[in-house]
Design a protein around this ligand. Structure first.
Ligand code: SF4
Length: 367
């Protein structure tokens, strides 16, 4: 591809193009890639099997210590019941992910996957790269060995969580215990090499710079050039509620991150949270830059249905999941009560044909 936009051009565009011009360009690209005016969504459920996590990321409101009163690890029956409910509602996928629980090793994950597959015909989209690496490290396996074992047990595809911003400078402040950018990319490359499809995400609106956003998009584009394994890109904005990072200007807050992270957070005086305009600019730039990723998701979970409708004219062609259940963003105090009819109405009133899809973007049903 010789006419694709360069990182330098993308930075200039991101910093100086007017919002509507950027949106119109992204919309033109989207129309060329998806000329049928369909907006897809998937019926699925997030099952967060545990909130216990040793990483303690400063932007995360979900994690708990093992001995916290509200720490949990879901039992098998609860997980099975959630899957039954999902299938009864027409769901085709479960997104299963959780914290890095120190008491779990690969046998827990193998048992979980195989017990689900024995009972249900459903796609298991599960375990983001930080979980895969944690399972590998705690079981003394390589990432490839771990993926191969999990795949054999029933893991179908992998969510792009844990990418945040693929800059180790940013990660050192936001989530110093989390895997480095290169490891996130390595897990995805290994999964693609085994024929597993994955998504890619980006969390912006915290401490990153415009250059960090471009570097993140470029890392995704380069990997996709090599593997073609990403089904979609999902940018979403940092939700500061109930997080250490969100409390950074409050000197009396009780910091929960590492000492170094606490010092770095307190030494900065910026307030966080992307605006609607920030979101639309990042979304449009993503559509323009990622010319090799077919689908861009609007994030109604973080932006609300109304902005998600606008997003469909700024490069997005997919509404993501119906989210029968969502816990992570809700922990940050952001919760939109949205039903399947609400999603269908929102897509239709934005001028598009709503259509249910599967994990791999095959159309299942139009509304
Ligand atoms: S973002 Fe994930 S890895 Fe980080 S603390 Fe939350 S659950 Fe743990």
């Amino acid at each position: 591809m010789t006419d694709r936009i360069s990182p330098k051009e993308a930075l200039t565009l991101f910093q100086s193009a007017d919002l509507l011009g950027l949106g119109m360009w992204a919309d033109l690209i989207k129309k060329a890639m998806h000329p049928d005016e369909v907006c897809t969504f998937i019926i699925d459920r997030n099952i967060n099997y545990t909130n216990v996590c040793i990483n303690k990321c400063t932007f995360c409101a979900f994690w708990r210590k093992e001995d916290d009163r509200d720490a949990y690890l879901l039992d098998r029956e609860t997980i099975f019941r959630k899957i039954e409910e999902t299938i009864a509602l027409g769901g085709t996928q479960i997104l299963i992910q959780g914290g890095l629980h120190p008491a779990l090793d690969i046998s827990y994950y193998v048992d979980l996957l195989s017990s689900i597959k024995e009972r249900f015909a459903i796609n298991i989209h599960g375990f983001s790269p930080p979980e895969i690496c944690y399972i590998a490290d705690s079981s003394d396996l390589t990432v490839r060995e771990t993926l191969s074992i999990l795949k054999a047990a029933g893991l179908d595809s992998i969510p792009g969580g844990g990418a945040e911003i693929l800059s180790d400078r940013v990660r050192e402040i936001l989530s110093p215990r989390k895997i480095a950018s290169s490891r996130w990319l390595d897990v995805m490359e290994a999964a693609h090499g085994m024929g597993m499809r994955t998504t890619a995400t980006m969390m912006f609106g915290s401490i990153e710079t415009p250059s960090d956003i471009i570097a993140h998009l470029d890392a995704i584009r380069q990997l996709q050039d090599r593997t073609g394994g990403f089904t979609a890109f999902i940018p979403w904005s940092f939700q500061p509620g109930n997080t250490e990072l969100g409390r950074r200007n409050n000197a009396s807050s009780t910091c929960k991150g590492t000492k170094k992270a606490q010092q770095q957070i307190r030494s900065q005086k910026t307030s966080y949270g992307a605006t609607a305009v920030d979101y639309l600019r990042v979304l449009a730039l993503s559509r323009i830059y990622l010319d090799n990723v077919e689908n861009i998701q609007a994030s109604w979970v973080t932006q609300g249905l109304k902005l998600a409708q606008v997003a469909l004219r700024f490069g997005a062609n997919d509404f993501g999941s119906t989210m029968i259940e969502e816990n992570v963003v809700a922990s940050a105090g952001v919760s939109y009560a949205v039903s399947l009819p609400d999603i269908i109405d929102a897509i239709r009133s934005a001028g598009f044909v709503p259509a249910q899809r599967d994990t791999y973007y095959n159309l299942l049903k139009s509304f």
